[in-house]
Design a binder for this molecule. Structure first.
Ligand SMILES: Cc1cc2nc3c(=O)[nH]c(=O)nc-3n(C[C@H](O)[C@H](O)[C@H](O)COP(=O)(O)O)c2cc1C
Length: 193
C-alpha cells in the first residue's frame, strides 16, 4: 500500500481552517489512491530544535552512515513516503516555528539527499509530490509566501518533482465570509490534484 505522510503544523485544530481544508484533501487523495495515511501532529510530537549536542551527535552518526538511531526516525519516515501533505497556517510571511523544527529534524544529507562527486546535491526521496496547504489572513500570492518558497526549494533538493501550493487567502478580512471561503476551497480541491 502506498504511504501518505500528513505533516500537520496546525494549531487549535478544532477551529483551524487550514486543518479543515487539508483533511478534505486527504480524503480526496485516499479516494483516488489507496493510501495508508500517517499523521504527524507537530505540536504533539514536541520535536526539539537542534542544539550543539544534538547536531554533533547527528553528525557523528551520519559520518558512520548509521541512520538507524531514533534521531533519524522523522527523516526515514519522510524518505519512504509516496506522497506528502504539509498543512500549515501562514504566520509572519511563512510558517510556524514548529514546522521549521520538523524540517531541521528531517533535512539530513545521506537520508533525504546526497552530494555527488561533482558537489551537486541529488535527491533520495520516494515521493513524487508534496501538497503545501496553507490559509492566510490577508491576500498573498503563493510565489511570495516564504513558507511555500522554502518547502518548494527543499522539495526539489530532496528529489521531489512537484510541490503544489494550495493557498487560500483572505481569512482575517472582516467583511469576508470565512465559511464560504472554506467551502469554495474544498469544492475546488479536485481541480488541484
Ligand atoms: C502568529 C500569527 C501570525 C500571522 N501572520 C500572518 C501574516 O504574516 N500575514 C497574514 O496575512 N496573516 C497572518 N496571520 C493570520 C493567519 O494566516 C490566518 O488567520 C490563518 O487563516 C490561520 O490559519 P488557521 O485557521 O488554520 O489557524 C497570522 C496569524 C497568527 C496567529
Amino acid at each position: 500500500m502506498k504511504k501518505l505522510l500528513f505533516v500537520n503544523a496546525c494549531v487549535n485544530r478544532e477551529i483551524s481552517r487550514t486543518y479543515n481544508i487539508s483533511k478534505e484533501l486527504i480524503s480526496l487523495l485516499k479516494e483516488y489512491d489507496d493510501f495508508d495515511v500517517s499523521e504527524l501532529i507537530l505540536e504533539e510530537e514536541k520535536i526539539q530544535a537542534l542544539t550543539s549536542e544534538t547536531l554533533n551527535k547527528r553528525f557523528e552518526l551520519s559520518v558512520k552512515k548509521d541512520f538507524s538511531n531514533e534521531i533519524f526516525k522523522y527523516a526515514n519516515q519522510f524518505k519512504e513516503a509516496d506522497c506528502v501533505v504539509i498543512a500549515t497556517p501562514y504566520w509572519d510571511f511563512g510558517f510556524p516555528a514548529i514546522l521549521k523544527i520538523y524540517i531541521e529534524a528531517i533535512s539530513i544529507p545521506g537520508i533525504l539527499y546526497k552530494y555527488e562527486e561533482s558537489g551537486c546535491p541529488s535527491g533520495l526521496c520516494k515521493a513524487e509530490k508534496i501538497y503545501y496547504v496553507t490559509t492566510r489572513g490577508g491576500y498573498i500570492d503563493d510565489e511570495k509566501d516564504l513558507g511555500y518558497i522554502t518547502v518548494a526549494k527543499l522539495g526539489k533538493l530532496y528529489g521531489i518533482n512537484e510541490i503544489q501550493c494550495i493557498g487560500v487567502n483572505g481569512f482575517d478580512i472582516q467583511e469576508n465570509n470565512v465559511a464560504f471561503i472554506v467551502k469554495k476551497a474544498i469544492d475546488n480541491l479536485p481541480n488541484q490534484l
